[in-house]
Ligand binder design. Structure first.
Ligand code: NAI
Ligand code: MN
Ligand code: ZN
Length: 338
């Protein structure tokens, strides 16, 4: 089989590898579609502190089970599945309270262990979720990015009357918009980004109002309009944003952050406590695949609105460069494996 391997930072090769055999409790998936994510590009460039090399990247993928290890029901062969990349131990403190995404022994498929940019990939059987016939192969590869939005919104508990503000209209911001609108029925969703084309995508994904904060001051605009967001999501993840979000937030607002920057950001206790703000962080997803699959099957979210490109897996390197360089025209890029 062929696999997309980052041999070391900066070196991507398509390698011929022996077909992997599923271990006990695992399934082997014949991969059909896999999505390119910013974190794949980070591993490529050596900017992911968790990655070890060489590594088969890819953590957003869909395929068909073609082999099972011992202890797995052989009837699962032929099942269409999306794979949850979060592999957890099941017995540590976070696992014991239903938060396997921050398991003390967390292994992320495509980061800590080999992933889905490959003709075949093995994963624990319980990580492979059955996809109903009504969801297409391509859309099934989009379950994972929506689980990120499912996870952060589960912390934030949006309500219809929230005034939501989202920073960033990349794939993460767009999945959050769709979730706030389609699942939680939030009436007012404001989105800010620095790129006009991304704000157009935000509108196409359900934003009620968009604002280019490279051209004008968002705080000034919100103040002029008398808007105080009650729910804020930072899906742009620049370290300076948290301070601004705290400043803009209504008293009693909730703020969700998802960034991994190691740079300091300056916030004061007073700015948070005086408004009794709640600040939640969110990492990956805690067993949210079933929920997202239901949302997709029910038409509450529409992955098609994020997919701008689908290319043959052999063109992965060009695709990753385009994805990285061309944020104006690129959102989600899918790789097709044959
Ligand atoms: P992206 O880079 O495609 O999108 C970020 C968007 O934010 C861009 O459109 C950019 O123009 C915009 N932006 C940058 N600075 C801004 C600012 N100051 N104000 C407004 N907009 C600004 O990235 P993607 O894939 O959407 O991911 C977003 C972030 O989420 C990344 O930092 C990524 O590391 C993080 N992430 C976190 C996850 C988690 O589980 N915690 C999972 C996936 C991504
Ligand atoms: Mn991803
Ligand atoms: Zn654990």
């Amino acid at each position: 089989m062929q696999s997309v391997v980052i041999e070391q930072p900066g070196r991507l090769v398509i390698q011929q590898r022996p077909l992997p055999q599923p271990a006990a409790g695992e399934v082997r998936v014949k991969v059909k579609f896999a999505g390119i994510c910013g974190s794949d590009v980070h591993i490529y460039h050596g900017h992911n502190p968790f990655a070890r090399y060489p590594r088969v990247i890819g953590h957003e993928f869909f395929g068909v089970i073609d082999q099972v290890g011992s202890d797995v029901d052989p009837q699962r062969i032929g099942e269409r599945v999306s794979v949850d990349p979060v592999v957890s131990c099941g017995h540590c403190y976070p696992c014991s309270i239903g938060r396997p995404n921050v398991c003390t022994e967390l292994q992320v498929i495509g980061v800590h262990r080999d992933g889905g940019f490959s003709d075949y990939a093995c994963a624990p059987a319980r990580n492979a979720y059955r996809i109903p016939e009504s969801i297409s192969d391509r859309h099934a590869a989009m379950v994972e990015p929506f689980t990120i939005a499912a996870n952060i919104t589960a912390h934030l508990q949006p309500g219809a009357d929230d005034i939501a503000l989202i920073y960033g209209a990349g794939p993460m911001g767009l999945t959050v918009i769709q979730t706030l609108k389609g699942v939680y029925g939030v009436k007012q969703v404001i989105v800010t980004d620095r790129i006009a084309e991304r704000l157009v995508m935000a509108q196409e994904n359900g934003a009620d109002w968009t604002f280019n904060n490279a051209e004008a001051s968002l705080p000034a605009e919100l103040e002029q309009r008398g808007i105080r967001p009650t729910l804020i999501v930072d899906a742009a993840c620049h370290p300076a944003i948290l301070q601004e979000a705290i400043h803009l937030a209504s008293p009693a607002a909730r703020i969700g952050i998802m960034g991994f920057s190691g740079d300091a950001c300056t916030v004061t206790q007073q700015s948070i406590t005086s408004k009794e703000l709640s600040i939640f962080s969110s990492r990956l997803n805690s067993a949210r695949f079933p929920q997202v699959i239901d949302w997709m099957a029910d038409g509450k979210i529409d992955p098609q609105r994020l997919i701008t490109h689908c290319v043959a897996a052999g063109e992965v390197e060009q695709a990753m460069l385009m994805f990285e360089k061309d944020q104006r025209t690129c959102c989600k890029v899918l790789l097709q494996f044959s």
